[in-house]
Design a protein around this ligand. Sequence first.
Ligand SMILES: [Zn+2]
Length: 211
Amino acid sequence: MAPIDQLSEQQRRAALGIPDSILLDNKIYRASLDTILGYLEDTVEYCGFFYVQYGNYHIMRDQITKGIHDGDRSQCTHKDFYREYIWHTHRNGGKYYPSLEDIEKVIKHKSIEQSFIFVTSNAESGKQIGMWVLHCNFDIRVQPAVVDPEISLINEENKKFYENTKGGTYFDVGAIQSYKDALNSGIDGLRIDYYIYDSSTGTFVNCTESS
Ligand SMILES: [Zn+2]
């Protein structure tokens, strides 16, 4: 078989054991989405869990936490032990790429199937709403902790992203693409995708090419 980074998206998913639905069926229930879009206006993070019903992700409304300010960071800690679907927002005006901790979380906790990060970035057309979806395939991933040189790779890619997007705030499809490519091919079992929110249809659309 060809190296994994040379496969088509379909072949790659099959090789990694990722069902199509993980990349394509990200329908967030309308009322849950409206709640999250509201949180994106705030200057602190929010976090919580989703449950799936009839093909939609629904917010667990009694499990939402509002983050606290910690210097220039705003951190949010989940209420419970990790569940299958976790989500958090990045604060308005903050960096829109995943932190090292965000990436480590899906690798350290086998209970997490998908981690959703809702973000905003600045673009010429105005504010851009986006969503990262992080997944770790434990059939491939043997080591349940992120180790060097993976930590170095993540730090390096986050730094690059920061520099290429005006301090991690400016929407740039090329930066997102290379970020995804570097981490998906450099970290065993990890799968990161980025989706743009299309307000006319109320759905998230995968904006980058398959990697
Ligand atoms: Zn985060």
